[in-house]
Design a protein around this ligand. Structure first.
Ligand code: UD1
Length: 376
């Protein structure tokens, strides 16, 4: 069986690695790794491949940055010939980034079966580009692997046939479970005893300069009492530079850092007093690590991290952010539990499902379509 994995952006890599490794244990499987090139900086991409022990991509589409339409259409145009050439049995796509929906669309049109890892998550906020990517990818996937039961319920409401949906748990936690001991061993030596960790990159937070400025001002003020560590995403760095935002107020201890590697960021999270973020994955990782998380968003596609985990949504409300932060730093922390199946074995369950014998219907349709397209 030939399986093509498509990755493109930073949060894809820690999800694809365990699935790739679980499938590699089966002799009947041949795998090809395609990188779309959506993320291309060393510290947004290559370092993750190294630390996750992923082979270098077999194909790099090198699409780079652009508007959503440019990026998505470039991936579609460059990925189609790859699929026509490789004629895989399955294509695995991950998460909710532009690379995910673009690759899934190419496959759906060629009748090549698609497996979507991390299906069913919904923020119910269509102003988020990722929500559009999630909705569309799930509609055109043939196998949908969900991390939690809310995902199954969302898919049922959208009319997805239940036999396509498999609750397997959280693959990102597989990578965390495997590499947390290494991350702890290699943790940066010069960390403060106690600190706040911040990440921000969503357009809703960083493209609104007034709001971004008020967040940074808040972090500077907080950092007079507790150091604040802020590894900055390239998009955020660009916005800060454009707006002339500086972070060197006297007496403050806001440390602006380059984007962290996977191991470095795991170590930073696991020792943090609290994490402030707008990332999806970090809401899950902090829940697993039992570290309080304040999410600067009005909604989340990962409600289980709020209902069961350590996550609190503070919305776009500086006063709420400050008061929640004060509570956490005063020791009033929300305790959580780890959701079911976030146990380090999700990828093995995915491999089992993909390798299940199926009727040859999908494959027959797919080869017919692929030969029709290639012959003319
Ligand atoms: C993308 C995903 C988002 C994910 C995030 C993780 C979509 C719609 N968004 O957002 O869901 O949470 O990745 O980072 O797919 N840039 C660099 N170097 C890089 C990559 C990007 O400098 O290696 C800069 C470019 O200026 C680019 C900007 O960052 O324009 C944004 O990158 P892009 O991939 O468009 O979106 P992200 O904000 O990273």
């Amino acid at each position: 069986m030939h399986i093509v994995h498509v990755v493109g952006a930073r949060p894809n890599f820690m999800k694809a690695a365990p699935v790739f490794q679980a499938l590699a244990r089966h002799d009947c499987v041949r795998q090809t790794l395609v990188h779309t090139g959506q993320h291309y900086d060393f510290n947004m991409s290559d370092v993750f491949f190294q630390q996750l022990a992923m082979p270098a991509p077999d194909v790099n589409l090198e699409v780079g940055s652009g508007t959503h339409a440019q990026q998505t259409s470039q991936i579609i145009a460059r990925f189609e010939p790859v699929i026509l050439d490789l004629k895989p049995d399955w294509v695995a796509v991950y998460g909710d980034v532009n690379s995910t929906v673009a690759a899934a669309l190419v496959c759906a049109k060629l009748l090549v079966p698609v497996a979507h890892v991390e299906a069913g998550l919904r923020s119910f906020d269509r102003t988020m580009p990722e929500e559009i990517n999630r909705l569309l990818t799930d509609q055109i996937s043939d196998l949908l692997f969900t991390p939690s039961e809310d995902g199954d319920r969302n898919l049922e409401k959208e009319g997805i046939a239940p036999e396509k949906v498999h609750l397997v748990g959280n693959v990102m936690i597989d990578s965390l479970v495997r590499l947390l001991p290494v991350a702890t061993e290699q943790a940066p030596r010069n960390l403060p005893e106690r600190y706040v960790l911040v990440t921000l990159h969503r357009p809703s937070n960083v493209d609104d300069i007034g709001w971004l400025k008020s967040l940074i001002d808040t972090f500077q003020e907080v950092s007079r009492d507790v150091p604040v560590l802020f590894p900055v995403h390239p998009r955020t760095r660009a916005r800060m530079a454009e707006a002339g935002i500086k972070c060197g107020d006297s007496g403050s201890n806001l440390r602006i850092l380059d984007p962290a590697s996977y191991l470095e960021f795991l170590a930073l999270q696991s020792h943090a007093a609290v994490v402030i973020t707008d990332s999806g994955g970090i809401q899950e990782e902090t829940t697993f690590l039992d570290v309080p998380c304040l999410t600067v968003r009005e909604n989340t596609e990962r409600p289980i991290t709020v209902s069961m985990g350590t996550n609190t949504l503070v919305g776009r409300d500086i006063l709420r952010l400050r008061s929640e932060l004060e509570s956490v730093l005063a020791g009033k922390t929300k305790r959580g539990v780890v959701p079911p199946l976030w146990d380090g074995h999700a990828a093995e369950r995915i491999a089992q499902v993909i390798l299940q014998p199926r009727s040859g219907r999908l494959t027959a349709q797919s080869s017919q379509r692929l030969s029709a397209v290639t012959s003319g």
